[in-house]
Design a protein around this ligand. Sequence first.
Ligand code: C2E
Ligand code: MG
Ligand code: MG
Length: 819
Amino acid sequence: MDDVMNESHATAPQLQGRKSKYVVYDWAMNLKTQAFYCDNEGQTLMFGEVYSTFSATRLIRLVPPGQRDRVKRAFQTALMTGEDCYLHCCLVTPTSLFTFVEIYMYKADEHHLKGTISPCLVISNAQEASEIFYGIFENQHHGVVVTDSDTRILACNHYFEKMTGYLRNELVGLKTNIFNSSSHDDEHYRALWESLGSKGYWSGVLLSRHAQGKVFPQSLTIQKIGLGSGEDYYIGLSTDLSSDLDRLEDTQSGGVDILTQLPTSDHFLAQLTKRCKATDRDNTLLVLAIQPRFASKGTNEQKKRFAAYLKEKTSALFSGYMDSGRFLACLPVVVEHPEQRVRDIAKTLTTFFHCFKHATKDIHEVLKTGLLGVSIYGVDAETPNRLVSHACQAILELHSGENRRIAFYDRSIHLQIERKKRLEAHVQKSMLNKNVEVYFQPIVSVKQQCVEKFEALCRFPPLESEPATTQDYIQVAEDMGKIFELDNLVCGMALEQFKALQKRFGDTLQLSVNRSLNTDVGIADVLKHTALALDDAGLSPDCLNIEFTESAFLDNSDNSQQLIQTLRDAGVKIAVDDFGSGCASFHYLTKSFFDVLKIDRQFISGLEKGTREYHIVHTLVHLAHQLNLDVVAEGVETESELALLTELGVDYIQGYLFAKPESTTQIVAHEHYCQWPKTAPSAPEQTLMKLVSKNSHHLDPGDPLSLAHQYFNVSHGDYLAVVDNKKCVGVLSRSTMHLHMTPTMGTDLETSKEKNYWHKSVNRMMAPGGTVLDWHTPVKEVHRLVTQGTPLPWILTDELGVFKGLVEMATVLSFCVED
Ligand code: C2E
Ligand code: MG
Ligand code: MG
């Protein structure tokens, strides 16, 4: 023993007291005999008494069972590798409750292991132990939570309560997964459990859920404690990092950036891949790379708030964080205008920016002054990877010192969006300065061959550098949410200027105004404002037509129906504009909202007999007439179109053939404005319709004799048609009426029998009489018809048998004489 001790490299310092921290005892072990040697002081510490020798087993028995394996392993390592080892463990000694010691060892030679043992902490009794335990457990800077092997919480300290927002008694018995914030990926949790299993601990940063729902970052160490009895415990030691933002910057853990709590770019990409797969060809996605301009002070705090806003309060489907203050967002593009993708893309971005209007001022500002790169799925990128890299590249383009803040990877989209912005600025400025004009285009009645209405069309001052159509400006105003305001402005101006047109074209002239329903303002307000403008102008409701381009917005609600009906009852006509251009559908015609159907120019341009367009117009005219709607053909440019449309029974013609839209001053200055072309063949005046007396009345079968009497009094004709459901079911002649009348009828002297006759319905007196003829029959046929003795009156109908007018003997005779 002495030999061995003499070889010891360490010398035992003088023991100053059992609790001294710096005491070191030498020991040696004979590997052959397993005999253990230690100086007396050391032995007294360990065993409470001094032995001449003792075995290594005896020493090991002092170690609590849960720590024994570790001690044995250290001895083995020192033996096998020849390396110096040291470890800490507790020794349950007879002289104290337990002592926490450091054991150092090395292989001295083939037969000996040597080392030192140094008591770090001697816990004398249970009272002392409990004080120390309490001091550690209830410390002020770390949360401590103890769970069983099932992770059910057994105890926690006050710091932990504060950090998690739960009270200890609420937590006891619950599993720790109640703190799971679902921020990290599954792999993260798998790695945690694997480390606990293999190493007995895990350490890292975790996002956890607070009792009130918010997610907070904590630095956490979980330690597994095996008691040797087979029972395991876990101890969690944590620190709340919520206010330690600088420490969190660009720290990623389990697929999440801890500071922003957003998915890392890899995880963003994984979500994007799923989303791309689910996106069909008709819709698309935008990926934005966003580099907000954070204030230099408090950047991390702003970054965190920006991220929270981006994630929770915007139209982004999902978002992510790359690094160095760059964010990613994925926006779905709702395709409303497949033929104008740029419009939908611009709308998607506008909506995204609008979302930030409700953020605190500084968050809104960092976005507004920051940079944004945009990539579009299916346009400039076909894969999720490309989407992200293109969005980032687009941002880089913005560093060239320009004023721009948004860049699209796709150059042509970029240019279109830039143009849109310039148009928006022009619309905004023109409206603000009321620098918008109204032009009028005539709508010509086929029957009367003269202007019966004018359509009011707005005109913006031309932008020299940026040619644009009125349709472009209207779209921009709609997208900016300014169309209601613009329509009110145009409607007011149009009604005012219309008076000059009425002066020139007569009081029965009508005005047709366009009202867009592509606005957040409901139809009720649109109608109300139009009616108010009409009132202000002091014009009769009979004068006004309202054209709705977006009939898709005319809902079925009782309220809209009632409002429309009220206006129609007052005399206002409602027109469905651009019918067939995609917005309107047949469904709406069945709603009886409308009085006028305007067939879109695409069916009219270059109209030829027998073409698809011809059949469509033919069908539309029939359908409209069945539903009691007047038909306007839009965009008529040639006489041959006019001829065909007249033949097809269209009621009104609008187009450059008659006049382009012009200002009232220009219109009034024309001497022969808008003449019906002399050469136009088969105009209705060349048909038998020419002989139908204007303003003639007809009767319903149930109308009384008294009404027939009234009608005959105001007309020169000898016949009245009796019309049921648009078909002529008979005629009542003046002489037949007289047969049923007496001189006292309708006077105070009438008998009750006479009274009955007076109220007798006309279907009991009418005769089938007359001849039914096609209303297209050319007027020059009259001579032939007369020579053939075709019985009069002639009842004119269209192909569907709809009654069009009555031609009487007197008119035929005077025509023959004049001709
Ligand atoms: P719209 O209501 O269908 O008006 C007819 C459009 O066709 C006008 O275009 C007119 O100039 C054009 N047009 C008429 N006849 C012909 C023709 O023979 N050939 C050709 N090529 N074009 C013809 P404009 O004035 O450019 O207006 C375009 C559209 O913008 C209008 O179509 C209407 O939907 C809308 N719009 C115009 N002004 C207003 C307004 O004040 N409010 C609203 N909400 N929309 C308006
Ligand atoms: Mg229109
Ligand atoms: Mg139109």
